[in-house]
Design a protein around this ligand. Structure first.
Ligand code: NAD
Length: 365
């Protein structure tokens, strides 16, 4: 069997800095397990614009379609802020998501014990928290037609359309149920079926998929506004939360911040299974290119390393290795090793990006 393939797109700002630390973990996996990855690198975002005049070259898109998984750092930066919308760095990321048809966005909100004090909530509410938000990513209010700003008599009217087909809801639901089976087997689906027809259909289809294919998974439903309240009241009641594009955008940011720093948050965007059974997949940290600290060795590489751990689990069925990487990150934090974003006390000395990566690799050993 050929080696699993990874396309790495470090991107801009701190992207290349944090990705260099991921490469150390990939090397460790190669040296300590039976799996060797075929890794290739390419450009995305501003880095691609500088070379090709576009945020993602066609050849890069082709390579992304051909590999088992794509790992992306971050895109964007002040140098590119005034570019035409069509060539802005973010367009590279949007093109990847669209052409790979990555309809299921996974954002874990996991609170490492050593960072429980970072949350804006009380420690006992978040300590040990481990939930996963599955957000539908390719339809709903951000894509529905008609959309636009139109003249209506004497005034302008802004229109967006909240549109979902049964098949779009069903595939997102399957993604959440599959995930739940690998976790605590519970899905809570969130919509606004009380006031939106699209919410009624969402609830119906989720129930149908559940009854037909996933009756072993515990399913509940919640209105999304109550969901937001419950997330900050008692987040540990949830395992997997399934929701649409618009509500998911808001709920996943809310859940993410329960756990503290942006430098710790990974994500995955998954599509349909390929011929080899693996899903189309893009893994990336939630944070951006952080121009304020780029080039200074201050960035926390954990989010990007934890994104690679998600790739191990969801693309390569290497759950044990993924857990080992997550535990190494947790160990390093518990030992008090901190990049600048995670400092708590006056006088504490931060480690650099590469020292943090080295500490995680040492903990793996
Ligand atoms: P950002 O996430 O880049 O930074 C927000 C703050 O968090 C900054 O103070 C930054 O220093 C800090 N931060 C972020 N990641 C960190 C890390 N790993 N370690 C330590 N500190 C970290 O968001 P922003 O400042 O709003 O955006 C900067 C640029 O990134 C913009 O061009 C934006 O468009 C782009 N962006 C890209 C993505 C992406 O590539 N997916 C996501 C968000 C923003």
């Amino acid at each position: 069997m050929s080696n699993p393939s990874l396309l790495i797109l470090p991107g801009d700002g701190i992207g290349p800095e944090v990705m260099a630390e991921v490469q150390k973990v990939i090397d460790w996996i190669g040296a300590n397990t039976d799996t060797q990855f075929d890794v290739t690198y390419d450009l995305v975002g501003g880095a691609a614009y500088d070379k090709h005049g576009v945020a993602l070259a066609d050849e890069t898109m082709e390579r992304a379609q051909a590999v088992d998984a794509v790992l992306l750092g971050a895109v964007g930066g002040p140098k590119y802020d005034n570019l035409d919308f069509a060539v802005k760095p973010e367009r590279g990321l949007l093109r990847l998501r669209k052409e790979m048809d990555l309809f299921s966005n996974l954002r874990p909100a996991q609170c490492f014990d050593a960072l429980a004090d970072f949350s804006s909530l009380k420690k006992d509410i978040v300590a040990g928290l481990d939930i996963m938000i599955v957000r539908e990513l390719t339809s709903g209010s951000y894509f529905g037609e008609p959309r636009g700003i139109f003249q209506d008599g004497n005034e302008r009217v802004g229109i967006n359309t909240h549109r979902y087909t049964e098949s779009e809801i069903a595939r997102a639901a399957r993604s959440a149920f599959e995930l739940a089976r690998r976790r605590s087997n519970k899905v809570c689906s969130m919509e606004k079926a009380n006031v939106m027809e699209a919410g009624i259909l969402w609830r119906d289809v989720v129930n149908e998929v559940h009854q037909a294919e996933y009756a072993d998974v515990e399913l509940s439903h919640m209105y999304a506004d109550n969901g937001a309240m419950q997330l900050v009241r008692a987040p540990k009641q949830f395992d997997v939360i399934l929701t649409d594009n618009l509500f998911g955008d808001i709920l996943s940011d809310c859940a993410a911040m329960l756990t503290g720093s942006l430098g710790m948050l990974p994500s995955a965007s998954l599509g349909a299974p390929m011929d080899n059974g693996r899903p189309k997949a893009l893994y990336e940290p939630v944070h951006g290119s952080a121009p304020d600290i780029a080039g200074q060795g201050k960035a926390n590489p954990s989010a990007c390393i934890l994104s690679f751990a998600m790739a191990l689990r969801y693309s390569f069925d290497m759950g044990d290795a993924a857990t080992k990487v997550e535990q190494a990150v947790e160990q390093v934090l518990a030992d008090g090793v901190r990049t600048a974003d995670l400092l708590q006390a006056e006088g504490q000395k931060p480690v650099s990006t590469s020292e943090m990566g080295d500490a995680i690799v040492a903990a793996l050993n």
